[in-house]
Write a protein that binds this ligand. Structure first.
Ligand code: NAD
Length: 473
């Protein structure tokens, strides 16, 4: 099997440069695809998703050794279909050049901004949502008139192969191409002189990718990870917070970049929150082993990493609360029960690393200021969740915290929202996709000045001895 991997990687490596060259040549021949051409590409993608829907469920289920069609539908297919519909409706407006203010120095003249496709966009994807995280940036890139090469994750091989089949069924390789392979292919891929590079993955690899892109001055959009906090206000009904957080945290068994990473809970409610959270999880997933609703961990390596976090926390005196009946033997599966971690310290791995799995530390706070200070003292997260019916206080949180996005009274639901940008800040990333911002992200905003027949240079010109126009400034 390893041999196969190597020979496949070798064949992928030799494809890279010719593919980019073919895409760049094709782009040069039609550098400004019209609205109809962009809609045609988006429609092709839309139809392909519908045609391959069932196969997508199966491929993802195989890669995870257990993930339900419902989750794949909700978290991958539906948001992609909606994302396409969103751009289909607004593309004409987004593509229009904008009239801008023409200042006195250029009068008489017109100022405009033209949004032009960048060229070939490289897209590097992780394993956790192998279709959504490859195709959601692709939709933005195609809407903005670009061509694209996608590098899939080696940890979701069935999905990678299917993605290649799906895209090859509707696109020429010089429009959209899929490259599969491991780190060696990824490394060479990110060294290609793309016109833009989108990377979704971990923060440490994001740094390597940005360094590689810097060699070519390729602009990057980095969709990275981090520890996204959830803060529950003292007045918010604690059962409601527990149920809403349990829903979001259990999706994909916590293997989501915006999964709530830890909860800041009023000190006197930690106990109640924990038992209601566990109740909610057990109600949604009465069993785990044969239950397709609860996603397995993607690999042994990831499962070992998560178990290491739990062992480390236990050894340092944390209390663990695990959902599910303890008599289910999960040993020969990659299913991992949802576990709350109480009495944490800053030294524990669960409070130092991004968790990215079914583990949730609950941290007590005494005042909301203390909770906010706790978040502010850490790296700027990808998402922040705040539970409070009081709008004024929520507005205060919005103004005083920094995060890629915010979801008030829920988790995750800002991700599939098409009309708002999605992206991180600082260590959780840079740049956006989705919404108008996504279209602009994949376009060059070209400033244009148009001058007419009147030549002002004839009036305002050297010799500069005569400064009669100075009063105009
Ligand atoms: P990863 O960083 O290990 O891998 C992501 C991709 O990078 C893969 O395609 C891989 O082949 C490639 N890669 C690996 N080493 C590379 C190198 N040296 N040079 C260039 N490319 C390389 O991430 P992962 O384990 O697949 O995904 C989990 C991480 O992704 C988590 O940190 C999570 O928060 C983050 N994530 C972020 C988002 C987001 O939208 N912000 C979404 C999903 C996941």
């Amino acid at each position: 099997m390893n041999m196969n991997h190597h020979s496949d990687d070798a064949s992928q490596l030799t494809r890279l440069e010719p593919l980019l060259k073919a895409q760049k040549n094709a782009f040069a021949s039609t550098p400004m695809p019209e609205l109809n051409e962009r809609l045609r590409r988006l429609n092709l993608l839309h139809n392909a998703l519908l045609a391959y829907r069932e196969q997508i469920y199966t491929a993802i289920d195989a890669d995870f050794s257990g993930r339900s069609s419902a989750e794949t539908e909700m978290a991958e297919i539906l948001p992609l279909l909606e994302g396409i519909a969103y751009y289909r409706k607004r593309l004409k407006k987004f593509m229009k050049p904008q009239r801008r203010h023409a200042s006195l120095t250029i009068a008489p003249g017109k100022a405009e901004v033209h949004y032009q496709p960048l060229g070939v966009v490289g897209i590097v994807t992780p394993w956790n949502f192998p279709f959504f995280l490859a195709l959601s940036p692709l939709i933005g890139a195609l809407a903005a008139g670009n061509r694209a090469m996608i590098k899939t994750s080696e940890f979701a091989p069935a999905s990678g192969e299917l993605l290649r089949t799906i895209l090859a069924s509707v696109f020429q390789e010089d429009e959209v191409a899929v490259v599969t392979g491991g780190v060696e292919v990824a490394t060479e891929f990110t060294r290609l002189p793309f016109d833009h590079l989108v990377f979704t993955g971990s923060t440490p690899v994001g740094k390597i990718v940005m360094r590689a892109a810097a060699e070519n001055l390729t602009p990057v959009t980095l969709e990275l990870g981090g520890k996204s906090p959830a803060i529950i206000h003292d007045e918010f009904p604690i059962g409601e917070a527990a149920r809403r957080l349990a829903f979001g945290k259990c999706m994909n068994a916590g293997q989501i970049c915006v999964s709530p990473d830890y909860v800041l809970c009023p000190r006197n409610k930690v106990h109640e929150f924990s038992s209601l959270f566990i109740d909610a999880v057990e109600q949604a997933y009465p069993t785990l082993k044969e239950n397709p609703d609860y996603t397995a961990i993607i690999s042994e390596r990831q499962k070992n990493r998560l178990e290491r976090y739990l062992n480390d926390a236990r050894a340092q005196g944390a209390q663990l609360m695990t959902a599910g009946s303890s008599n289910e033997n999960l040993r020969n599966t990659r299913k991992m029960p949802m576990t709350l971690v109480l009495d944490t310290t800053e030294e524990m791995l669960v409070m130092q690393e991004e968790i990215f799995g079914p583990i949730l530390p609950v941290i007590p706070y005494d005042s909301i200021e203390e909770a906010l200070d706790y978040v502010a003292a850490r790296e700027r997260p990808l998402a922040l969740y705040y539970f409070d019916w009081n709008q004024k206080r929520a507005d205060h949180i919005l103004k005083t915290t920094h995060s890629g996005g915010v979801c008030i009274n829920d988790s995750l639901s800002h991700v599939p929202a098409d009309d708002i940008p999605f992206g991180g800040i600082g260590p959780s990333g840079m740049g956006h996709y989705h919404g108008e911002e996504g279209f602009r992200n994949f376009s060059k905003a070209k400033g244009v000045i148009r001058k007419g027949r009147i030549n002002t240079a004839a009036l305002v010109a050297p010799p500069w001895g005569n400064l009669m126009y100075r009063g105009l400034m």
